[in-house]
Design a protein around this ligand. Structure first.
Ligand code: NDP
Ligand code: MG
Ligand code: MG
Length: 338
């Protein structure tokens, strides 16, 4: 697979253009500041009523209402919560964006599932850093950059890919390395990873382990340490050096137990469930569920959050974390947005 670096991107392409970043949250604040520091002409599009307006102004950026910010732009990058993108696109972006401009996203969901069908004259690209916004900014400030994905959905100018690479370069991405994908692949793999492994899979694995120990009479504090707290140590080892690196660091006993019990717990039935989840993503069935959930004001998410908050693992966890002041308190507010 080809990886693009600084030398493969033409930074001058984007420097001459007017860029509007819509949104100033996790990704928005990072892109706006990185592109400005790379010498681009940046305007931030926001609503006056929101908390972001003052933050963007305080950072010395040119801030305008979305419709106005979009009307003068050659490139419009949409960095809003995915649920809010269709309404903002149809109300403020599409009626104002110039003929032949470039419309950019950092995630493929809305375009891939036809929640946004971009106007036919536009170039439509994706530049998606593979990291949270505060890392996108802090790596840039260190002279580096977060590896990023680029994709082209619509290429009317014949230059859409070059523009995506140029944007990625201005955002620091070509320091870390840029890989080309497409909207479908990015969207479907992202949803699958978070559902089956990262969020859905990991949370249920942790909870079921905790429940199995406590229902057998073991102390919830012990169950918390063994099933949740230590997970970070194991994940860090895999993150830093892969599975072999993790197995090298743990005891022979832990490694042998991994081989005996792992495939019994995550088994062929789990594989079937993963395949079914992937099908639901590929057919658009999952997207439909999520969009419906949002339209009805998140009834099942509200209920699940309430149930999760009442789970003993959360109660005991909160007490144990208070005993470990070196662990940062669970941030209910994303501090990257300050
Ligand atoms: P955030 O939730 O941080 O975006 C919040 C920003 O959107 C705020 O500035 C908020 O302004 C603004 N906003 C929300 N609604 C509106 C509206 N109706 N009109 C104008 N402004 C509005 O988003 P993220 O940065 O997390 O995500 C942005 C995109 O990047 C998404 O497509 C996401 O999938 C993608 N992405 C995110 C990553 C991440 O790490 N978070 C990683 C890679 C991709 P206000 O203060 O007015 O509410
Ligand atoms: Mg995701
Ligand atoms: Mg142990």
């Amino acid at each position: 697979m080809k990886v693009y670096y600084d030398k493969d991107a033409d930074l001058s392409l984007i420097k001459g253009k007017q860029i509007t970043i819509v949104g100033y949250g996790s990704q928005g604040h990072a892109h706006a500041q990185n592109l400005k520091d790379s010498g681009c002409k940046v305007t931030v599009g926001l609503r006056k009523s929101g908390a972001s307006w003052k933050k963007a102004e305080a950072a010395g950026l040119d801030v305008r209402e979305v419709a106005e910010a979009v009307s003068s732009a050659d490139i419009v990058m949409i960095l809003l919560p995915d649920e809010n993108i269709p309404a903002v696109y149809y109300n403020d972006v599409e009626p104002n964006i110039k003929q032949g401009a470039t419309l950019a996203f950092a995630h493929g969901f809305n375009v891939h599932y036809n929640q946004v069908v971009p106007r036919d004259d536009l170039d439509v690209i994706m530049v998606a850093p593979k990291g949270p916004g505060h890392t996108v900014r802090s790596e840039y400030l260190k002279g580096g950059g977060v590896p990023s994905l680029i994709a082209v959905h619509q290429d009317r100018s014949g230059k859409a890919k070059d523009i995506a690479l140029s944007y990625a370069a201005a955002n620091g991405g070509t320091k870390g390395g840029v890989i080309e994908t497409n909207f479908r692949e990015e969207t479907e793999t992202d949803l699958f990873g978070e559902q089956a492994v990262l969020c859905g899979g990991a949370v249920e694995l942790v909870k079921m382990g905790f429940e199995t120990l406590t229902e057998a009479g073991y102390a919830p504090e012990m169950a918390y340490f063994e099933c949740l707290h230590e997970l970070k140590l194991i994940v860090d080892l895999m993150y830093e050096g892969g599975i072999a690196n993790m197995n090298y660091s743990i005891s022979n006993n832990a490694e042998y137990g991994e081989y005996v019990t792992g495939p019994e717990v995550i088994n062929e039935q789990s594989r079937e469930a993963m395949r079914a989840a992937l099908k639901r993503i590929q057919t658009g069935e999952y997207a439909k569920m999520f969009i419906q959930e949002g339209r009805t004001n998140y009834p099942s998410m509200t209920a699940r959050r309430r149930l999760n908050a009442a789970h003993p693992i959360e109660q005991v966890g909160s007490q144990l974390r208070d005993m470990m002041p070196w662990i940062k308190k669970n941030k209910l507010v994303d501090q990257s947005k300050n």
